[in-house]
Design a protein around this ligand. Structure first.
Ligand code: GTP
Ligand code: MG
Length: 506
């Protein structure tokens, strides 16, 4: 059974824990005797019963052997299984969301009817939008405090729906509930006869992302194993369905081949695999594959040496032009340089800041130049390949969405197209300032069948993006900024004149 992960977000005290407690209770997902024992201890202490106590007791027991800072609760209903993530600390919650630790299929946003749309309700809405969480249900809670008024609910729905639309979140359902009274949670309520849907009904519209997302096949390569003569490619089906005999292409190179077999550890061979499964495959011909490669069928991913992203920044040092960080997408990690910072936005009030550096807890559109081709996708096409995590040193310090390939669109020729024409990827090689050395190097590269061009730093990315190795005379000394496959990099290092090689890093 496929589990659906749903994150519960909302302003402090709007009733998240109470709602999770009721949901688990009414669906029979709580361990037997749990509620009774909390009721008993409330009675003996003379305090009113709170569902939040149940949730707290429940998670502190389990958290001792779980190293996560969000409380995860399992819920079953009929043929569906959910994990509900109740996020206590706002800070930690945002970090988990951004890094994908709480990679949720969908979200329930809670609003207290008597307080309305709070600052944090907006912040959370914004974050859901920028993290590409597309399945969102809004629960308007504490309806008992506003006399279960339909007009009150309608006004809140109109206000919040409009805000969310502005930040790119299309809410599927707005539901009126009272978590405390248990109204309209799992069954229709006499107090809310005008409500179109129960919370459970709305929750069931949230599907695992792997099912909800497009059907275009995408496999990410985790590792390669050699087994008595065969090369097994361990990979995860990120989306779509794979069948033995399928014609596929391996990116970044885009080489075409066929799937010869699908194998699962200690299980009989099978002929199909679907989204979410980890499998190993063999191919009909032995093409070069490595961790980080992406295998697709009908639709090609983006392969690019520059990307346009929207980043939520968590780092203590500002992110600005020229900064070098590591960009991670799925199993790939590449060095990248920030080349543009635009639309810096304060998430609290959505105001655009008039500066080009990104501070902690701000969002901006960032363009990165990458040191080697990255296989990725727009977040609208793929969750697995459309999200980035930014690492500085050993720290995760940001994350966000890939908007598009950052390359100029005009020519419409991709990195993969150039690779297929040239037999190598483009790159940037900084060489110590010396035109003669550049010329000598170009001759060596020519003999190796590698196209290169001597140019300025300012045009280097463009040259590299056209599949050519840009040779940039540089005072700073040599650094191989962008290169193709490891084998190409090594050959290059061996053949280039030693006076340059000694300056090379990377
Ligand atoms: P934090 O975890 O601190 O952010 O709060 P929370 O969102 O988990 O809220 P919690 O469930 O702890 O509820 C906060 C208070 O609101 C408690 O006193 C609840 O009893 C009360 N409450 C929750 N839901 C309702 C409701 O539907 N009606 C009324 N009247 N009170 C509610
Ligand atoms: Mg709580």
């Amino acid at each position: 059974m496929n589990t659906t992960k749903v994150v519960m977000v909302g302003h402090v005290d709007h009733g998240k824990s109470t709602l999770v407690g009721q949901l688990l209770h009414l669906t029979g997902s709580l361990p037997e005797g749990k509620v009774e024992s909390i009721e008993e201890s409330c009675r003996s202490r003379g305090v009113p019963f709170e569902w939040a106590f149940v949730m707290d007791a429940f998670s502190s027991e389990r958290d001792q052997n779980v190293t996560i800072d969000t409380a995860q609760h399992w819920m079953h209903h009929e043929d569906r299984q959910f994990v509900i993530i109740d996020a206590p600390g706002h800070r930690e919650f945002i970090k988990n969301m951004v890094t994908g630790a709480a990679q949720a299929d969908g979200a329930i946003v809670l609003l207290a009817a008597n307080e309305g749309v709070a600052e944090q309700s907006k912040r959370h809405g914004y974050l859901l939008g920028m993290l590409g969480i597309k399945q969102v249900v809004v629960a308007v809670n504490k309806m008992d405090l506003v006399g279960y008024s339909q007009s009150h609910f309608d006004a809140l729905e109109n206000e919040y729906r409009a805000f969310l639309k502005d930040v790119g979140v299309d809410v599927s359902e707005f539901v009126a509930v009272s978590a405390k009274e248990g109204e309209n949670i799992t069954s229709t309520s006499d107090a809310l006869p005008w409500s179109k849907q129960t919370l459970l009904g709305a929750l069931k519209t949230i599907k695992p992302v792997s099912e909800a997302f497009g059907q275009a096949l995408q496999l990410s390569v985790q590792d390669i194993y050699r087994f008595d003569d065969r090369r097994l490619i361990a990979c995860k089906v990120e989306q779509g369905k794979l069948t033995v005999g399928d014609e596929v292409a391996i990116y970044p190179g885009g080489e075409k081949t066929k799937v010869a077999s699908i194998e699962v550890w200690s299980a009989p061979e099978k002929t199909t695999a679907v989204a979410g499964e980890s499998i190993a495959i063999t191919l009909t011909n032995s093409l070069f594959t490595e961790r980080g490669n992406v295998i697709t069928a009908a639709r090609a991913p983006l392969v690019s040496q520059s990307i346009a992203t929207r980043i939520f920044w968590l780092g203590s040092n500002d992110l600005k032009t020229g900064r070098r960080v590591k960009v991670k997408v799925g199993t790939q990690a590449v060095w990248a340089q920030v080349t543009e910072v635009e639309n810096v936005t304060d998430v609290a009030n959505l105001e655009k800041q008039d500066r080009a550096s990104l501070g902690k807890h701000e969002v901006a559109d960032i363009r990165f130049e990458l040191e080697q081709p990255l296989v990725c996708d727009s977040h609208r096409q793929s969750l697995a390949l459309g999200r980035v995590v930014i690492v500085d040193g050993y720290d995760v310090c940001g994350g966000g969405l890939i908007l598009s390939s950052g390359e100029p669109k005009a020519a419409g020729i991709s990195v993969t197209d150039w690779y297929q024409l040239n037999g190598h990827f483009g790159g940037v090689l900084e060489v110590p300032e010396n035109r003669r050395v550049c010329g000598q190097l170009q001759k060596e590269l020519f003999a190796l069948g590698i196209r290169s061009s001597v140019c300025d730093r300012s045009s280097a990315s463009e040259v590299a993006n056209s599949g050519v190795l840009a040779l940039v005379p540089s005072q700073a000394g040599g650094r191989l900024m962008i290169y193709g496959k490891k084998s190409f990099h090594l050959t290059l290092k061996e053949r280039i004149p030693t006076e340059i090689a000694t300056h090379l890093r990377g």
